[in-house]
Write a protein that binds this ligand. Structure first.
Ligand code: SF4
Length: 132
């Protein structure tokens, strides 16, 4: 099985607690979150709409909300992707272990998570320490 995931969604999946934009979005997020934990799952990375965006009510004309918001989202993706080899097809379990080791303090995700509307509910963000 293969997932296509945009950079910042690697962090969102780690923090997912069942919240989302609507029922359809949450159902798909649960499905993707279950699949990414399976040993046979592979992941390709992108900064474009992915397997999570495809069920999101904010995806319009293949961009996130509007040009301004989409630019913001792509910057968040790129801040994650610059730490990873984007040409590689990753084993999902290993990729998420890598994410844990790279993004391990609040400072390490400040560019990515600080303005996110979910950061107060996000388990991943909340569990990060303030230490460098
Ligand atoms: S369309 Fe935008 S808000 Fe929806 S999942 Fe994708 S990046 Fe997130």
């Amino acid at each position: 099985m293969k997932l296509i995931l945009r950079g910042h969604h690697l962090l969102c999946l780690k923090g997912f607690q069942g919240y989302g934009y609507d029922e359809n979005f949450v159902e798909n997020m649960i499905d993707v979150n279950n699949k990414r934990k399976l040993p046979e799952t592979k992941v390709s990375l992108t900064n474009c709409p992915d397997d999570i965006c495809k069920s999101c009510p904010n995806l319009k004309n293949n961009i996130c909300e509007d040009i301004v918001q989409n630019d913001r989202i792509v910057k968040m993706d790129n801040a994650v992707l610059e730490k990873l080899d984007t040409e590689t097809e990753f084993k999902s379990v290993e990729l998420f272990e890598k994410i844990d080791s790279i993004f391990n303090t609040k400072e390490s995700v400040s560019e990515i998570c600080f303005n996110c509307i979910w950061h107060e509910k996000c388990l991943f963000y909340q569990n990060l320490s303030n230490n460098r």
